[in-house]
Design a protein around this ligand. Structure first.
Ligand code: TXA
Ligand code: MG
Length: 326
């Protein structure tokens, strides 16, 4: 009986992949799970298909897309550079939540890169995503599958909530990393981080040196605006001031457990104070409170800005930005 249900599960997944891949080949959009967040995918080599991504997300065209690959042969077609450091990074971190920005080849439409001469490439660490790319037989351009500026999706339901019109959604359950990939670019001296994620500077330094020469602010990836990942309700990072809000209508995203007392509702993101759990559960907690009619304000507990804490605080600050009063 168990074997039959496993076979059945496997079969239905294979079927889904075939339908999804057909959509990709026909120039339609498919939402699919990655290990970070759900992506909204299209054939990266088909400008008309890529245009549908910008339309569905209401995304400004100055914000370039990441191209997802299923094997290293695809990489060679997409980039001009043949730097051996790419392969060292790939060996250690791919498939996985690392995006590398590289000089692009001519086969990538300008719309994908917003006219930039570079393209962000990653091989996602999720079997459904890899299967989709391989079955579609083309690289897949995919931003996170949310409306521009809103909370990123970590379940198929989150995608449906924001993008009900998508042609096809592959459901792979809840994502296992929970925040978007680390984005880097290579320099003569080493690497620079354009967006923080769970692969940290220290992780990357085990492979190539960090280049601290230029200031990170001036390098920040295009499309990385001050406001992002934003719920429709007020979100504040807990501090002395946020305790002035009406706590009987506030939901707390709790990490340490120490602030929980006065809040109407609490979502504890980790039971062992592990920052990885904060990353995994943060966006889901925002979605839950956004959908909860009893909650007016979302308060998120801050964490120390080291290691993965840097990526977590980056997301919280951007989610808070529009709601901050000072
Ligand atoms: O984990 C992820 O990276 C997820 C999943 C779906 O793979 N994708 C994702 O895509 O977060 P998106 O579109 O939400 O964020 C991509 C960001 C852009 O906003 C931009 O800042 C940066 O990647 N980016 C893309 N291409 C770039 C380039 N050529 N140079 C610099 N930054 C680039
Ligand atoms: Mg996004």
């Amino acid at each position: 009986h168990i074997l039959i249900s496993i076979l059945h599960k496997k079969m239905s997944i294979i079927n889904d992949i075939n339908i999804a891949a057909k959509h990709i080949q026909e120039g339609n959009l498919v939402a699919f799970p990655t290990e970070t967040v759900y992506g909204l995918g299209a054939n990266a080599l088909d400008p008309l298909a890529v245009a549908k991504i910008f339309e569905a997300k209401e995304r400004p065209s100055f914000d370039p897309l990441i191209v997802h690959i299923g094997n290293l042969n695809q990489l060679e077609q997409l980039v001009k550079e043949n730097d051996e450091r790419i392969y060292k990074l790939a060996e250690k971190f791919w498939p996985g939540p690392l995006t590398i920005v590289l000089p692009k080849s001519d086969i990538i439409p300008d719309l994908v890169t917003s006219g930039l001469p570079t393209v962000g490439i990653r091989m996602p660490g999720n079997d459904i995503a890899l299967d989709l790319i391989r079955t579609s037989n083309c690289p897949i351009a995919a931003p996170s599958a949310n409306k521009f500026g809103r909370i990123s999706p970590t379940t198929a339901l989150h995608v449906k909530k924001q993008l009900p019109g998508v042609d096809y959604i592959l459901d792979g359950g809840k994502t296992t990393v929970g925040i978007e990939s680390t984005i880097i670019r290579l320099t003569d001296k080493g690497f620079q981080i354009l967006r923080n994620g769970i692969i940290t500077k220290e992780d990357l330094e085990t492979i190539i040196p960090h280049d601290a020469k230029s200031k990170i602010e001036s390098l920040s990836a295009p499309g990385m605006l001050k406001s992002h990942y934003s719920p429709r309700k007020k979100l504040l990072i807990a501090d002395a001031k946020s305790s002035n809000t009406n706590l009987s209508k506030a939901g707390l995203i709790s990490f340490s457990g120490e602030l929980e007392k006065a809040y109407a509702k609490v979502i504890r993101v980790s039971d062992k104070k592990d920052l990885k759990d904060y990353a995994v559960n943060m966006f889901e907690a925002m979605h839950t409170f956004e959908d909860d009619n009893d909650i007016e304000t979302i308060i998120a507990e801050p964490v120390e800005e080291t290691g993965i804490g840097i990526a977590i605080m980056d997301r919280l600050r951007k989610a808070e930005f529009n709601w901050r009063e000072d």
